[in-house]
Design a protein around this ligand. Structure first.
Ligand code: FES
Length: 150
């Protein structure tokens, strides 16, 4: 019979390795799945199973600009779902996706800690609040324009 304590320790080490990987690259790539499965002497499909079980792990490479739409309580009440829809329509991607250019990725997240500014988004950690559709689109267009100038 397998030693449950050892199995538990191995799983916790596996999760730590995946967390480290995600911290480095921002997601869990196919190559990372292969490397980690080799390291832990597991089938890639087993590692894939662990990754898909925990919502903290992302399999999609994030964009250069990581947009987080707050869906905490205050933002939810003030229309975070609309903000997410506006961003999705404008960028042509769904929540959890990255656009084809690899410029923007979009995620809904828990409270960003600026509830008095609800509804709020952050882009690479910079917070934008009191959003309206017009304000959001202007912010996104400014990022795109900045990119085209570079
Ligand atoms: S609920 Fe959105 S910042 Fe707190």
């Amino acid at each position: 019979m397998p030693d449950l304590a050892t199995l538990g320790q191995e799983k916790s080490n596996l999760i730590k390795a995946l967390q480290e990987q995600q911290k480095e690259e921002g997601y869990i790539s196919d190559q990372a799945i292969k490397d980690i499965s080799r390291e832990f002497d597991m089938a890639p499909v087993e590692v894939e199973g662990v990754v898909s079980f925990y919502t903290q792990f992302k399999r999609v490479k994030p964009g250069k600009y990581k947009i987080q739409v707050c869906d905490g309580t205050a933002c939810h009440i003030k229309g975070s779902k609309l903000v997410l829809n506006w961003a999705q329509d404008h960028l042509g991607i769904a929540e959890g996706e990255t656009d084809e250019e690899g410029l923007f990725s979009l995620d809904a997240v828990a409270c960003l800690g600026c509830c008095s500014l609800a509804p709020v988004i952050s882009i690479n950690g910079k917070v934008y609040g009191d959003l309206t559709r017009k304000k959001l689109l202007k912010i996104l267009q400014d990022y795109r324009a900045r990119e085209e100038d570079e």
